[in-house]
Design a protein around this ligand. Sequence first.
Ligand code: FE
Length: 132
Amino acid sequence: MVKKIERSEEEWKKILTPEQYAILREKRTEMPFTGKLLANKEKGTYNCAACGQEIFASDKKFDSQSGWPSFYDVISSDSIELVDDNSHFMHRIEVLCGSCGSHLGHVFDDGPKPTGKRYCINSAAMQFEDKE
Ligand code: FE
């Protein structure tokens, strides 16, 4: 089970950078092709930048050409929470951190085999942990 973390928005504001806060807590999206983890090919895990929960592993990362770091699977299904997102006149599935509830990105059904999923995640919402 993933440990649930709750903090007030005031606390998050103190802990996170303004860019991280805008994405993780206000569900903003970073500009495509700008994130520092987009081209990262090191071995390790991608953790929630707000609480450190491990979300993705480098062996499931792929180049989706979308401009955002993309993965075709999560490390564990309880490390995330999926919610319907009907903002911006579309229906999308939002990916939240299963531990602290922060916004990470969205998941789409046009990913590669074997899952067919494309987790499209903001670079600034994650912290890379080198595990070489
Ligand atoms: Fe988190």
